[in-house]
Write a protein that binds this ligand. Structure first.
Ligand code: PLP
Length: 377
């Protein structure tokens, strides 16, 4: 199998599995206990918090473990909104559904939301953002990088604008974390969402960074876990796995992403030069190291994914979340694509383990599938 759907999820790193196993067995204590056995596990959870904090320049007490990216996004928006009576939140049209649906929820609760348009590369314009800011804008939420087309937003500049106006800045960094350098201080980030399963960690765990004092409203009520902000017995094995995955991904970020960029560019170049009627979506240079997204004229993306599946290749038509629905992806629509073109889109997201031979095979398969599909038209 050639796995090219790493934006949907990644293969858990074997070292991550190894460090998690004891917490699914012998180290089963509830970290809230006051005896030695439990205090040992508590110490391990706190060590994980330290490791995570150090990867983004945060303090450990600013890291709150969650059940993943979706929960972190919900928390950031809803808790910030609860601290305001009405007011305005600015975001974009290309956010993940976790943000877009949370914005809809805020709308239903008396908050005005502005979903900024993007240009043909999926980028927001900073001048437009400046103009849209209102006196009651209390939060800007813009993703660090897009999960479908891989475009990296100018999030450090957005942070600077937000800080200069004393507006909170949240970024969904689920796809960006450990793929591009992030520092919450130099980039003026007040809240940041991360998910473990996108970085070779386990599913169902992630974290929300909240700058000290920025948002104080608890998200889940109950016990005093996560400094009283997110109740519920901790997913200890998941947290340990998340920290290990983050540590590995952070430590080898430069070498890994340089390797991915070379392979990604080889893949893009091969597809564009070998197959007619193909365009690359997203930004040429400001794109995630592992993302390639193409529109292949006259070839249905979902059919292409099924043909590739027969050839032992895992890929995606648009985003994993929307590929089962007939509606074209909101991201592709937002960059100005017609419905037909949006339905003719293929996303290939690689990893460091993909070889050049794998890429050659994938391109050969896509080329023959395109020829077959166009003949049948
Ligand atoms: N935000 C972005 C940009 C994503 O790509 C995803 C997952 O696809 C999420 C949020 C949701 O993360 P999780 O799967 O951990 O809930």
């Amino acid at each position: 199998m050639i796995y090219m759907d790493n934006a949907a999820t990644t293969r858990i790193h074997p070292e991550v599995v190894n460090v998690m196993l004891p917490y699914l067995g012998a180290k089963f204590a509830n970290p809230s206990g006051i005896y030695t056995f439990a205090k040992g596990v508590r110490k391990d959870v706190e060590r994980a918090r330290h490791i995570i904090a150090s990867t983004i320049g945060a303090m450990p007490e600013e890291i709150y473990f969650t059940s993943g990216g979706t929960e972190a996004d919900n928390w950031a928006l809803k808790a910030a909104a609860r601290e305001h009576d009405g007011g305005n939140v600015i975001s974009t049209q290309v956010e993940h559904k976790a943000i877009l649906e949370s914005l809809n929820d805020l709308e239903n609760n008396g908050i005005r939301t502005t979903k900024m348009p993007v240009d043909k590369y999926g980028m927001i314009e900073l001048d437009r953002l400046q103009k849209l800011l209102r006196s009651d804008t209390f939060l800007i939420s813009v993703m660090a990088a897009n999960n479908e087309i891989g475009t990296i937003m100018p999030f450090a500049q957005i942070g600077r604008i937000a800080r200069s106006r004393k507006i909170l800045f949240h970024t969904d960094a689920v796809q960006a974390y450990t793929n591009i350098p992030i520092n919450v201080n130099s980039m003026y980030i007040d809240m940041l969402s991360v998910s473990a399963h996108k970085i070779r960690g386990p599913k169902g765990v992630g974290f929300l960074y909240i700058r000290k004092g920025c948002v104080r409203t608890p998200f889940i009520n109950g016990g005093s876990q996560e400094m009283g902000m997110r109740a519920g017995t901790e997913n200890v094995a998941g947290i340990i796995g998340l920290a290990k995955a983050a540590e590995i991904a952070y430590t080898n970020m430069k070498a890994r992403t340089n390797n991915e960029i070379r392979k990604r560019d080889y893949l893009i170049d091969k597809i564009l030069t070998n197959i007619d009627g193909v365009t690359l979506n997203g930004h040429q240079s400001k794109r995630l190291p592992n993302n390639a997204n193409f529109t292949i004229k006259g070839v249905n993306g979902a059919s292409m994914v099924l043909m590739l599946d027969q050839q032992g290749i895992c890929a995606s038509a648009g985003s994993a979340c929307t590929s089962a629905s007939a509606k074209p992806s909101h991201v592709l629509k937002a960059i100005g694509m017609s419905d037909d073109d949006a339905r003719s889109t293929l996303r290939l997201t690689i990893n460091e383990e993909i070889t050049y031979q794998d890429i050659d095979y994938v391109v050969r398969c896509i080329k023959s599938n395109v020829e077959r599909a166009r003949k049948e038209m």
